[in-house]
Design a protein around this ligand. Structure first.
Ligand code: F6R
Length: 364
């Protein structure tokens, strides 16, 4: 059942190219993204005032990537909420807003409650769900399924990957419908998204290198992930994966926030995982990484192939292939998943069933 893999998590990480293909290709027509929801016409998309993305845990982290994609590409304001916060904070929802509910299982109780709240306010709800016919899929006005197939490991990997893909497709169609992206640009981004399975395969093949790195960090008590923009969203997800399965305490910070408190925790030997894939803020993140290193941190830097890494910034550098900055999360998440996986394996943890956690959280 594990298809020759020692754990479901590793199997599911390796299923990501197929999951992306299954999720994206049916939604590309003549080189352009299509949502396949008859009611969400381009005219309706042009009328959207604000998008609210809501989910829990990893699904909410996918929402953060979606927010950045929607705002960057379509220039439509987008907000991300944790479902358990959204449902109790009397959110401000307008008639021309769209609520996007994100859930792998489709059964998470806070997420379902957030959906019902939005509906009770008369705001349309689009659900991005993996489990067909689940409660969230049934309660939503519109559904875009992710085709990850069954996800067994408690730690979500391939579902997160395809949640991001659907959000990119949505952002691209929104941007195209609103004239924010030309047809040529829309086609170019869509072609790049279709390439994602090929882009991530070499990252899966890097697993021995990542395992070796994990072996050097295995006795760590606590570590930090830093990044800006998309890299910050990925810091949160990389950090969550690590702590949930390897039980290493880990925190994620927007790199610029370090000096507002956290840097006091950086002492000799503390691992800092610095994510620097975004060209626009590359120098900024590098200088933050340097600040931690000069205070004794062991810096593991994830950046792109062509990036110039100054002397004295990192103890180890992991290179990703050049890719569209906006789509970089699809590539970057793979080594972060593998890092968490090997840390957990090397620490002797129950990778697929971490303590105190359930696959589907159906109680508040
Ligand atoms: C983390 C993880 C959880 C889930 C969260 C939401 O690896 O799996 O954070 O993402 O419980 O679950 P769904 O997506 O089923 O609503």
């Amino acid at each position: 059942e594990k298809g020759g893999y020692p754990h479901f998590m590793l199997k599911e990480i390796n299923e990501q190219p197929a999951a992306i293909m299954a999720t994206v290709s049916p939604r590309v027509e003549d080189g352009l993204p299509v949502l396949r929801i008859p009611e969400l016409t381009d005219e309706v998309l042009r009328g959207i005032g604000r998008v609210h993305l809501v989910g829990c845990g990893t699904a909410m982290h996918a929402g953060m990537v979606g927010k950045s994609a929607i705002e960057t590409l379509a220039r439509v304001p987008a907000e991300v909420d944790i479902a358990s916060e959204f449902r109790y904070r009397d959110p401000i929802l307008e008639k021309n807003d769209l609520v996007i509910i994100i859930s792998q299982s489709g059964e998470t109780s806070d997420t379902l409650a957030a959906l019902k709240l939005a509906k009770s306010r008369g705001v349309p709800v689009l659900a991005i769900v993996n489990v067909v016919g689940s409660s969230i899929a049934r309660a939503a006005d519109y559904v875009m399924y992710t085709y990850a197939g069954p996800e067994i490991a408690v730690a979500s990997t391939k579902a997160y990957m395809v949640q991001m893909c659907v959000l990119y497709l949505f952002a691209l169609r929104l941007a195209y419908a609103r004239g924010r992206l030309s047809e040529a640009e829309t086609r170019r981004f869509t072609a790049q998204l279709l390439r994602a399975p090929e882009v991530i395969k070499p990252r899966l093949a890097d697993c021995e290198q990542i395992k070796y790195l994990a072996s050097r960090y295995v006795n760590t008590q606590s570590c930090f992930f830093i990044g800006r923009g998309f890299d910050y969203a990925l810091s949160l997800e990389g950090s969550l994966k690590l702590k949930e399965i390897s039980y290493v305490h880990s925190d994620a910070y927007a790199a610029g926030e370090l000096k507002h408190g956290t840097i006091s925790l950086i002492t000799d030997g503390v691992p800092v995982i610095a994510l620097a894939t975004q060209k626009q803020v590359y120098e900024k993140t590098i200088s933050n990484a340097k600040e931690t290193r000069s205070r004794g941190a062991r810096v593991l830097l994830f950046t792109t192939k062509d990036a110039v890494v100054p002397e004295g910034v990192a103890d180890a550098v992991i290179r990703l292939d050049e890719y569209e900055d906006i789509l970089m999360p699809l590539q970057l998440i793979v080594p972060l998943q593998l890092f968490a996986y090997y840390m957990a394996v090397l620490r002797g943890c129950d990778v697929d069933k971490p303590r105190n956690l359930a696959k589907s959280v159906t109680v508040e």
